[in-house]
Design a protein around this ligand. Structure first.
Ligand SMILES: [Fe+2]
Length: 246
């Protein structure tokens, strides 16, 4: 069990733990294994963020909410762990996304005004900028999922422009676990140094290949960040938003 990384436990902001709804967990056994591994690493709360694709169907939102509640109940009942699980979605950006939100087809994070959005990895700066501008005019706040994947944001002034429009950034913890300092990791390290990342998640899809948070993936955060930023990044920022205290 991890101790000392944060005072209250860790919140995993991005996960594909709900069974049979996207390319993440395939069944309840797998979901339970992912929840137990998370718990063992010190995770006490998670956001379930299955992929929302533009061609998805109507009944899905109710299904996400029901599966999230069921996952929390089963964790308590079958594993004896008190894992808090919030409902959400990882929304794939497309031109109709704001309409999907307006008409209630797409889920925000735990019913808040914050939305986790992924772009195509080839998305140009112009596309992301256009999206950020339209979110700025909307009731919703854009959180860019695994921001390190988008090389079109690697220019300092470009990223700053997106941040100035009110977008927030989520990063995947596993990126900092790799031994070698490649371009992506170097860029991301600078973003942490500048306190530009607000949320961290595992983006776990299964127990092994794309695993939950672990002592290994959390080590970098323990060793490189000061206690107050670490606390904000791994717990406070997310809990404030999900409990709608801001
Ligand atoms: Fe994801």
């Amino acid at each position: 069990m991890s101790t000392g990384i944060t005072s209250q436990g860790i919140l995993d902001f991005h996960s594909h733990i709900l069974p049979g709804i996207d390319d993440g967990s395939r069944n309840w056994d797998m979901t339970m294994e992912m929840l137990q591994l998370s718990w063992d690493a010190g995770v006490r709360a998670m956001v379930a963020t299955p992929h929302f694709l533009p061609w998805g169907h109507r009944l899905r939102k109710e299904k996400v909410l029901a599966l999230t509640a069921e996952a929390q109940e089963r964790a308590q009942r079958d594993l004896g762990i008190d894992m808090k699980i919030y409902p959400g979605e990882e929304l794939y950006y497309h031109s109709g996304l704001l309409q999907d939100l307006e008409e209630g087809r797409a889920l925000t994070l735990a019913g808040s005004r914050y939305v986790l959005v992924e772009f195509s990895e080839q998305a140009s700066f112009r596309e992301i900028h256009t999206a950020a501008a339209s979110f700025r005019r909307s009731p919703w706040t854009l959180i860019i999922a695994h921001v390190e994947r988008f090389e079109s944001l690697y220019r300092e002034q470009d990223l700053q422009e997106i941040l100035d429009m009110g977008a927030l950034l989520q990063s995947n913890a596993e990126e900092m676990e790799r031994g070698f300092l490649d371009r992506r990791k170097r860029w991301l390290k600078k973003r942490y140094d500048a306190r530009q990342i607000t949320f961290v998640g595992s983006d776990t899809h299964d127990p092994v290949k794309r695993p939950p948070l672990s002592d290994r993936s959390l080590r970098w955060f323990r060793d490189h960040l000061d206690a107050s930023y670490r606390e904000a990044l791994l717990w406070d920022n997310a809990v404030r938003l999900l409990e709608q205290r801001e």
